[in-house]
Design a protein around this ligand. Structure first.
Ligand SMILES: Cc1ncc(COP(=O)(O)O)c(C=O)c1O
Length: 394
């Protein structure tokens, strides 16, 4: 239980001093890694730990930490973000329907449409930025609303408060994938959501060296259900990786604050570049959800999507940039440049992808900790050398 004083600590302080009851022996300031699978048990007593799938002290320190950061009542750590998502989807049963944001991470789309569909769980994709669309999609079978906000890759912002109010009215639980914002910038439970999910591979880890997922619940009842699935399904995070996340978390605020500052500069620069057709970043005043984003989050994050003139230029850009890693993932200390059509969203069929605007000319940039001027220079060269190359503009 947190004391009043601990509850009122500011976010940056909580990152360093989140209250866990693990590792108090010897005064170690970093939680020890309990690299252990099983624990000695006293036959006549219930021990706190018996087997690391059911509970491990290092993992529990992480789980207690993320619960406090998101303002939830319990946290759970999984082996990947997809394991976290799939474990939450295990709360549902055949015949249940889930309303899901239509532009979500490709892996979430895949697991819903190709795996959970096999078990009779139906997904209805809607534009969750329009609350009336959510209401229209509700049937007597609907059990949950699943939101990604800002969405991936178009950074559309759903009004989490209004959406979860609508969901509650119909008896649905609201699940929010908060990967892009992190609890530093957005706390969905305080806005009315019931469950928060993260691909902790991204900003929570922050260093592109671990794959992990976390789930945070708002109530004892949901915590009990998720705990059951975590233990029964068994996709838990190991102690070493739990420790890496605990370490990464300590610098979440300073990392993201800096990355966001650079992202804002680059978004405006890209917007004014003649070879860039459109920039998607909620921090731009013309972004359709700029005001909403300002109200429900304390920042706009550090992910920018943009469309260049054509697909050939996108390919040239990907081949020519020197600073960002080109590939999937985001939220690392290094910038990461993704081509959603062939990478993060390749698992969405071409037609469905193009219907939501994921064309070959779209790029997604996760802004890292490099200096803004260096990134800008690198991007300028990669774009403008495209002009000189016959392969790009004829
Ligand atoms: C928003 C979002 N949610 C979930 C996932 C899945 O997480 P993981 O790759 O850790 O399984 C990703 C991965 O890119 C993501 O971007």
């Amino acid at each position: 239980m947190l004391t009043e004083n601990e509850r009122s600590l500011q976010f940056g302080t909580k990152l360093i001093h989140a209250k866990t009851d693990i590792g108090e022996h010897y005064g170690a300031v970093s939680v020890p890694i309990y690299q252990v699978s099983t624990f000695h048990q006293d036959v006549e007593e219930t021990n706190r730990y018996d087997y690391s799938r059911s509970g491990n002290p290092t993992r529990e320190a992480l789980e207690q930490t993320v619960a406090q950061l998101e303002g939830g009542n319990a946290g759970f750590a999984f082996s990947t973000g997809m394991a976290a998502i799939s474990s939450v989807l295990c709360l549902f049963q055949s015949g249940d329907e889930i309303i899901v944001s239509h532009d979500i991470y490709g892996g979430t789309y895949r697991v819903l449409t190709q795996l959970f569909s096999k078990f009779g769980i139906k997904t209805v994709f809607v534009d969750t930025t329009k609350v009336e669309e959510i209401e229209k999609a509700v049937t007597s079978q609907t059990k949950a609303l699943y939101i990604e906000s800002p969405s991936n890759p178009f950074l559309n912002v759903t009004d989490i408060r209004k959406a979860s109010e609508a969901a509650k009215k119909h008896g649905l639980i609201t699940i929010v994938d908060n990967t892009f914002m992190t609890p530093y910038l957005q706390q969905p439970l305080a806005l009315g959501a019931d469950i928060v999910i993260h691909s902790a591979t991204k900003y929570i880890g922050g260093h592109s060296d671990v794959v992990a997922g976390v789930v945070i619940t708002s109530s004892e009842a949901l915590a009990k259900e998720v705990k059951f699935v975590q233990n029964a399904f068994g996709a838990v995070l190991g102690p070493q990786d739990s420790w890496l996340l605990l370490r990464g978390l300590k610098t979440l605020k300073v990392r993201l604050a800096q990355q966001q500052q650079t992202a804002e500069k680059l978004a405006y620069w890209l917007k004014n570049h003649p070879l860039v057709e459109k920039v998607y970043y909620p921090g731009l005043t013309e972004h359709p959800h700029h005001e909403l984003s300002k109200r429900q989050a304390s920042g706009f994050g550090a992910i920018i999507s943009f469309k260049v003139k054509d697909e050939q230029l996108a390919h040239h850009f990907l081949k020519t940039v020197t600073l960002p890693a080109v590939g999937v993932s985001l939220g690392g200390v290094e910038s990461i440049l993704t081509h959603p059509a062939t990478m993060s969203h390749a698992s969405i069929p071409k037609e469905a992808r193009e219907e939501i605007g994921i064309t070959g000319s779209l790029l997604r940039l996760s802004v890292g900790l490099e200096e803004a001027e260096d990134l800008q220079e690198d991007f300028a060269h990669a774009l403008e050398s495209g002009l000189l190359s016959n392969t790009v503009l004829k």
